[in-house]
Ligand binder design. Structure first.
Ligand code: SAM
Length: 281
């Protein structure tokens, strides 16, 4: 569907707001908040404080985890009637561990235009100052309190070949660091605390060292965990360690014919085909 066919309906703006420092609101976000017909907010009292600071007065609609389903229908009706709406969460980027998905999916179904208004997001700012590999990362949100799911998540962290990012609440930090110290050995962790606020800090160490540092902790935090540096063996490396018979069986199990197998083994081992052939007659 071309954007030009979406014009008569309203637009849903997904507006990022500060994660601490109020100066982190963008000029574009301010303009959008001024222009829209109403603002859907995770906590209207919280957003009202931001709007008062920005001297913006707008109708607010509560849109949080527990009313997403019903409120998204109300918002959808407004959008269908041509109203423009800004969706904001309490802090940072809506949809990132915050409400947003429900209304966004409905807008996609109803072919209503969605426009992101970028800004603060705790993940990105924690990662860029972590000192860990920023090229590839795995974001797991908050670790689950369900034992089985948490175990699976910890297993993912243990094996991840990418830097891992998790959100954590201060009262759960100790338990999480204990869990991490059991699986990570000496892998580095950066705790990014109170980002953009007065007491912003980055504390670095292994899970064990951080457990000693943080006996009691307050504020908001993101944990950035070093990837598993253990080198994953390439297919060639695995094959090179097989005996000739095992190498043959490997391809046979994959359904290759004898002639093809010999050709493949010769190529893998950089040996003449005849030499391999002689060994199998
Ligand atoms: N949507 C938000 C974002 O874009 O980052 C995240 C919302 S999630 C409900 C809240 C969690 O984000 C906190 O528990 C903390 O892990 C992280 N967070 C939010 N603000 C932060 C800050 N200023 N410093 C460190 N972590 C923060």
């Amino acid at each position: 569907m071309k954007e030009s066919n979406l014009k008569e309906k309203g637009i849903l703006y997904i507006v990022a707001t500060p994660i601490g420092n109020l100066e982190d609101i963008t000029i574009r976000a301010i303009n959008i908040l001024k222009e829209v017909d109403c603002i859907a907010a995770e906590d209207t009292r919280h957003t009202l404080k931001l709007l008062n600071h920005l001297e913006i007065s707008k109708p607010l609609i509560s849109y949080h985890r527990h009313n997403e389903e019903t409120k998204s229908d109300i918002l959808l009706e407004k959008l269908k009637n041509g109203e423009n709406i800004a969706l904001v969460s309490d802090a940072g980027t809506p949809g990132i561990c915050d409400p947003g998905e429900e209304i966004i999916c409905k807008c996609i179904e109803e072919k209503i235009k969605i426009v992101p208004i970028p800004g603060a997001c705790a993940i990105v700012n924690a990662l860029i100052c972590s000192g860990l590999d920023t090229k590839k990362f795995l974001f797991l949100g908050f670790l689950s309190i369900n034992k089985k799911i948490r175990k699976e998540e910890l297993e993912k962290i243990k094996n991840s070949q990418e830097t891992i990012i998790i959100y954590e609440a201060p009262h759960k930090l100790k338990e999480t660091l204990k869990d991490l110290s059991n699986i990570l050995e000496n892998r580095k962790i950066t705790i990014a605390r109170e980002l953009t606020k007065i007491h912003e800090e980055f504390v670095r160490g292994t899970a064990k060292e951080l457990l000693e540092t943080f006996q009691e902790v307050k504020g908001e935090m993101v944990l950035i965990i070093e990837k598993n540096q253990a080198k994953v063996k390439t297919n060639e490396e695995i094959l090179a360690n097989l005996t000739l018979e095992e190498h043959y069986n490997y391809y046979e199990e994959k359904g290759f014919e004898k002639k093809e197998i010999i050709k493949k083994i010769a190529k893998d081992r950089n040996l003449p085909k005849n030499e391999i052939y002689q060994k199998f007659i």
